[in-house]
Design a protein around this ligand. Structure first.
Ligand SMILES: Nc1ncnc2c1ncn2[C@@H]1O[C@H](COP(=O)(O)OP(=O)(O)O)[C@@H](O)[C@H]1O
Ligand SMILES: [Mg+2]
Length: 359
């Protein structure tokens, strides 16, 4: 069953095109994340679904009904805005309670529900405060609580965790995931944080300059990026991207010669994630470079190596040790993946497993 459909939806502000004739179908119960850098059109897309922004052309359907002219209050959505949108003259409890009051729920049930939700978002000690007496993170949690206090047809969430500190963001992420599992409400979630997108989404729509450049499951977005933009955007640290040519079964660039199962091609970009590389002792290895930086992340060590203009990051085990300027040899892990992209179009041309014999 389809919950939200965008059909050739375009949004212009004067001559500026914020969303370029895009189509997108969001299934009932899906957790769809719109992911992309600042200014790519995420909030605009979400506000059009909410009815807060008119579409310039195209159709928006909710539960198969055309809603282009339907006001926000009739769309049965609950929204968390990027700028909170709290009622300043009301206390925290009243803010959270408001959607229930609007729908005529009795006072005792409302109070019980508000307390339940406040505990979920760790606000129970602040219920009497006004929004002006709260930190940004606390306000964000009030906005989130107000959205999840009832069960609408659709949740629309615009960067709802961006102002929380790192630890609380991880806790709230798990809360949201659990809540979605519990309620099964169709959710459209906007973020520029790829980790949030990867952990929360059923599917991710990666956006760039008013277009969706890939729509897929987090797993496929990570393991089969359609283009250089997605390859570089997803993953931390991001995928190593090396420009070169394929000749006689090898990808070749300065100080790089990696066996690949691909026909000869010029002007390609090889993509390989840090965890798909390893540092080896033999100097016949595909890549030679010197250590530029070593960073221990806790569970692993990130080793950045440089050779002339080429910079390559390798994820090694936590106990890996080397010194800056040591010359090292890098090979692809046999369990890893190599991605080839066309340099001029940026599109993926192949994803191949590493040949076990040569590396
Ligand atoms: N009311 C507006 N008038 C003119 N331009 C706008 C307006 N709202 C958004 N934009 C522009 O549209 C683009 C997309 O904005 P937005 O959807 O807010 O991006 P995102 O949420 O991905 O950061 C941006 O370049 C922004 O400057
Ligand atoms: Mg935005």
């Amino acid at each position: 069953m389809t919950e939200v459909q965008l059909v050739d939806v375009e949004k212009r502000y004067g001559s500026f095109v914020a969303l370029q004739k895009q189509s997108l179908t969001i299934q009932q119960g899906e957790f769809l994340v719109l992911l992309g850098p600042s200014g790519c059109g995420k909030t605009t897309t979400m506000r059009m679904i909410a009815g807060l922004e008119e579409v310039t052309s195209g159709k928006i359907l909710i539960a198969n009904e055309l809603v282009n002219d339907k006001p926000p209050k009739d769309r049965d959505i609950a929204m968390v805005f990027q700028n909170y949108g709290l009622y300043p003259h009301m206390g925290v409890a009243q803010n959270i309670e408001y959607p229930l009051k609007l729908r005529g729920m009795d006072k005792a049930t409302r109070n019980k529900r508000v307390l339940e939700i406040a505990i979920k978002v760790e606000l129970e000690s602040l219920l009497k405060r006004r929004p002006s007496q709260l930190s940004g993170g606390q306000r964000q949690r009030v906005a989130l609580a107000r959205a999840i206090v009832r069960t609408p047809k659709i949740f629309l969430m615009d960067e709802p965790l961006s102002n929380l500190d790192a630890k609380l963001r991880v806790t709230m992420r798990a809360e949201l995931k659990h809540l979605h599992h519990e309620l099964g409400v169709t959710t459209v979630y906007v973020t520029h944080d790829q980790m949030e997108a990867m952990t929360l989404a059923s599917r991710i729509a990666v956006m760039r300059e008013g277009r969706i450049v890939q729509l897929d499951t987090p797993k496929n977005i990570y393991s089969k990026p359609d283009n250089l933009f997605v390859a570089g955007f997803i993953g931390s640290p991001s995928m190593n991207l090396i420009e070169g040519d394929v000749r006689s079964g090898f990808f070749r660039a300065t100080a790089v010669k990696i066996p690949v199962q691909f026909q000869d091609a010029t002007s390609v970009v090889l993509g390989v994630r840090p965890e798909d590389l390893k540092i080896v002792s033999k100097n016949s290895a595909p890549i030679t470079a010197s250590v530029y930086a070593i960073e221990l992340t806790g569970e692993s060590t990130l080793v950045t190596m440089k050779h002339e203009a080429t910079s390559i990051c390798v994820r090694e085990s936590a106990d890996y040790e080397a010194r800056i300027n040591d010359v090292c040899h890098i090979a692809a892990r046999t369990t890893g993946k190599l991605h080839l992209f066309d340099k001029s179009t940026g599109q993926r041309i192949s994803t191949c497993s590493v040949k076990p014999t040569k590396c």
